[in-house]
Each structure stands twice: as structure tokens, then as C-alpha cells.
Ligand binder design. Structure first.
Ligand SMILES: C[S@@+](CC[C@H](N)C(=O)[O-])C[C@H]1O[C@@H](n2cnc3c(N)ncnc32)[C@H](O)[C@@H]1O
Length: 465
């Protein structure tokens, strides 16, 4: 560790800032946000700095900076960006016994200003000791993506109940466990969702009992996206990190489960046509029982939970049982597969609407409005349509759609083993058969698929390099 990290309380304290351009404007905004009394010296203020100083009501002094000015300041920041001026300021500040930072000049600085992730009470500062501000920004972006925007609210909530918890749970280890469970469980989730009344009520009950779990739990119906784990949403990744139990389907990629806590219990309820590891009613009962035991359950589904995912049935069962539910949408197979295969679902010249249909219903091939689906200038995405590809093509052609309409079949879309096969509608069944297409696969019908990049994902990536 080259620099010692400190958080300075600058409210009302004098800080001298010297500089004229964008860097000075950025530092001015940052220092003003911390409540410092900034004395700004700008020999030739840029329009941006002028505007920043005006909006923050900070006077723009023309200088020069005198020894007296330096003596009066607690901290000195130089952002001139000119070697001679920066060196002179650094020398003079040090001669006056003051700590100085010169932007992007670690050798002239006593302290550096870190990249910051700001969540009100929670502030994360990242330093590379001036070695690479760009690297610091990348680390910052990575941290930003895992800290929920409302984290500060959680900190304020914890502050509010800190002494109450301390007085009821005396032993330090027990208290740490208590808070960990609060933050990772339904109480923390309620605070982040803005439901502080419920969170406060549950926390008071839990504190009186000495443990936070026995309140009714929470089920998050989470969309895992079509395959590539990088298509998880930030909220889905957070729900996975916080879940006690993860109940997942066949279509969930193994890489997605890596986002879960190691000690989370994983329950596979994989469903595929004709192979229901657990019947739906038992899945519903399992979710209800786990939540009633006070656990945070993530019900993880491929794609989006509300697109051909039985999310609606599970939601109804949970609501009927009085369980708290939240729904985290996911990227559905249609949008994920089209994007990774390189074609749009709508296009001003070829398709002004897109329809998602299921190729199968509870009792066989779906009974769809073929006449409506056969109209030109639209895209039809068929989920679960592999087995019925030939029948679907026949019905559409019989309803008037040209047998020469372009189609694409996408197998394992967005995964490493994605395959894209192109052809036309009359060949649909033959393409599935001859290429040995296996589930999961989508059949996309419409002129937009002419732009699809055929082949495997590995081939596509290799071609792009
Ligand atoms: C039960 S549905 C689930 C759909 C999911 N909820 C969604 O929003 O994507 C399963 C069907 O979705 C399609 N599917 C799901 N993931 C896919 C993928 N990675 N590639 C191609 N098709 C996929 C297949 O048609 C599969 O038979």
C-alpha cells in the first residue's frame, strides 16, 4: 500500500483550488459536494469552469496565489495542467507546510484523489497511486455494477437501529450474524425496494426474538436470460448473491449459477418436454414452504419468467399463499437469440411487428390464428416449435404466407455452442431434421432473418476478429 486511505471531513474547511479548465471544473464540483469552502483561482477560466463556479456560487479569483492564500488553506489542489505553474504551486504549498495534490502529477502530490463510488453513506474510494486513472475508472465501473443504487438507504436504516440491536444482542458474533442476515434477507431487500415501513416492522420483531429469519421470506422470480451469463441483469445478479435457496430450471446456464453464494442451497426442478423432474404444483409448494421458513428464495428461469415461463402460475400460487414476491425480468430468448445471430426483430423496411408464439400447447400443437400470423411485413418467433416446425410451416403457407419466406433456426442461442441455420419456410422441417437441431431452439420466420449470420458462435467471433 503506497498511499494511506483516509476519509476527510471537509465541511466548512478552506480548500484552495488553482486551475482554469475542465479538470479544475471537475475538482470544483467534487470539492463543493463535500461541503468544502473552495477558494478558486483561475487565471483564464474556461466557459465550463466559469459555469461551474457560477452555479455553485464560488467566486472565481484571478490570482496570483500568494503565500498568505496558501497558509489559509487546509488543502491545496492544482489543476492548471501546465508544468511550470503546477511545479510552482506544489513547491509553494509544501514550503507553507500544506498537503497538495496536482492533478495527474503524482510526483508533485502529497495525496491523490481516488475514483469514487458514491452511495450516500457508503463511499468506495479506489486508488492506483496515480499509476493509471483509467484503470481506477474501470475498477470503479466494476464496483458500481455490484452495489445497488439504494445502498445508502440500507446504511441509514442500519444506523437507525444500531443501538437497539446492540442493546438486545450483546454478543458481538451473534450481532454480526444478525446484521448479515438482515442485509442479505427479506428485510434488506425491503429497504432497497423502498418499503422501509415493512422493513422496520420486521426488524423490530426480529430484534425482539434475537434472530431475523422467522419472518415470512421472499421469493424472487428471476429471469436468467437465454444462456450467456453476461446477459443477467444487475438485479438478477444481486438476487442470486443474496438468495438462501435457488430453485432453477433446465434452461439455466451453469455459468449463471456461479453468481450465487457458495452456501446457497440449489434445487434443480428442471423441466423439459415430457420430463418434469417436479410437477408444477410441487414446485409451487416448495417455493411457498421455503419462503414460509423465512428464506429468500430465487426462482431462476431461463429467459424472462413471464414469457412462456410459467412465471404467472407461480406468481398466482405465491400471492394466494400470502408470500411476498418480486419479479426480476430477464432477456427473453427471442431478443437474445436475434441479437447474437445478428438480425433485428423489427425493421422499417421488412417488419413492423413481431409476435412471440408457443409451438406447443398443453395438449399438442398450438391452435393459433394462422391467418393473422401469415400476413406479410411481420416477424414470427416460435418458442418450443422444433417438433412442430413442419406443421407450422404448412399451416402458414395454407393461410397465404409465401413458402419462400426467409427463416432462421437458432439452437442454444447466446451460448458458446449457438448454431444458426438459415433457409426458407418450405424447408423448415428438413432443416431441423438434417442439421440435427436439438432443444432449446427458436424458429424465427420473416424477412428480417435474411440478415442472420449462419454458423456457430465461435465461427462468428472468429470472423469478427
Ligand atoms: C419454456 S420456454 C422458456 C422461454 C423463456 N422463459 C424465455 O423467455 O426465453 C423454452 C423455449 O424457449 C426457447 N429458448 C430458450 N432459451 C433458448 C436459447 N438459448 N436458444 C434458443 N431457444 C431458446 C426454446 O424454444 C425453448 O424450447
Amino acid at each position: 500500500m503506497r498511499g494511506f486511505p483516509l476519509f476527510l471531513k471537509l465541511q466548512g474547511r478552506p480548500v484552495l483550488l488553482a486551475g482554469s479548465g475542465a479538470a479544475a471544473a471537475a475538482k470544483l464540483r467534487l470539492l463543493a459536494a463535500s461541503g468544502a469552502q473552495v477558494r478558486l483561482f483561475a487565471r483564464a477560466p474556461s466557459p465550463e469552469l466559469f459555469e461551474a463556479s457560477r452555479s455553485l456560487a464560488v467566486a472565481c479569483l484571478r490570482g496570483p496565489v500568494t503565500a498568505d492564500d496558501l497558509r489559509q488553506a487546509d488543502l491545496i489542489v492544482g489543476a492548471e495542467g501546465e508544468d511550470e505553474a503546477d511545479r510552482a504551486l506544489s513547491l509553494a504549498a509544501r514550503a507553507a507546510g500544506k498537503l497538495v495534490n496536482i492533478v495527474d502529477r503524482p510526483e508533485l502530490s502529497d495525496f491523490t484523489m481516488p475514483a469514487i463510488v458514491d452511495r450516500d453513506e457508503i463511499v468506495v474510494a479506489i486508488s492506483t497511486d496515480g499509476a493509471s486513472p483509467v484503470l481506477a475508472q474501470r475498477v470503479r465501473a466494476a464496483i458500481e455494477s455490484v452495489l445497488p443504487p439504494a445502498l445508502g438507504r440500507l446504511a441509514r436504516f442500519a444506523r437507525r437501529f444500531r443501538s437497539a440491536v446492540q442493546s438486545r444482542i450483546a454478543e458481538t458474533g451473534a450481532r454480526r450474524r444478525f446484521w448479515n442476515q438482515v442485509f442479505a434477507g427479506p428485510i434488506g431487500e425491503a429497504v432497497l425496494a423502498g418499503d422501509e415501513r415493512r422493513a422496520a416492522r420486521d426488524l423490530i420483531r426480529a430484534v425482539n426474538r434475537g434472530e431475523p429469519r422467522a419472518e415470512a421470506g421472499l421469493v424472487s422470480l428471476v429471469g436468467a436470460g437465454p444462456g450467456d451469463p453476461e446477459l443477467l441483469t444487475l438485479r438478477a445478479a444481486r438476487a442470486l448473491r443474496e438468495a438462501d435457496v435457488i430453485v432453477y430450471d433446465k434452461l439455466v446456464d451453469a455459468g449463471v449459477l456461479d453468481y450465487a453464494r457458495r452456501d446457497a442451497r440449489r434445487v434443480y426442478v428442471g423441466k423439459s418436454k415430457g420430463d418434469h423432474t417436479l410437477p408444477q404444483a410441487e414446485i409451487n409448494a416448495l417455493l411457498v414452504a421455503e419462503a414460509k421458513a423465512g428464506r429468500h428464495v430465487v426462482r431462476l428461469k431461463g429467459g424472462d419468467p413471464f414469457v412462456f415461463g410459467r412465471g404467472g402460475e407461480e406468481l398466482d400460487a405465491l400471492v394466494a399463499a400470502g408470500i411476498r414476491v418480486d419479479v426480476v425480468p430477464g432477456i427473453t430468448a427471442a431478443t437474445g437469440c436475434a441479437a447474437y445471430a445478428g438480425f433485428p426483430l423489427t425493421h422499417r423496411d421488412h417488419a413492423s411487428s413481431v409476435t412471440f408464439v408457443s409451438g406447443q400447447s398443453r395438449d399438442g400443437i398450438a391452435d393459433l390464428d394462422w391467418a393473422a400470423l401469415a400476413k406479410p411485413r411481420q416477424t414470427l418467433v416460435v418458442y418450443m416449435g422444433l417438433g412442430a416446425a413442419g406443421v407450422i410451416a404448412e399451416k402458414l403457407v395454407a393461410a397465404g404466407l409465401s413458402p419462400a419466406t426467409a427463416i432462421a433456426i437458432i439452437e442454444n442461442g447466446t451460448r458458446w455452442d449457438q448454431r444458426v441455420i438459415k433457409g426458407d419456410l418450405r424447408e423448415a422441417a428438413a432443416l431441423v431434421r438434417d442439421h440435427g437441431i436439438a432443444t432449446p431452439a427458436l424458429l424465427v420466420i420473416g424477412e428480417v432473418t435474411r440478415g442472420a449470420q449462419p454458423g456457430t458462435r465461435a465461427e462468428l467471433l472468429a470472423a469478427a476478429e
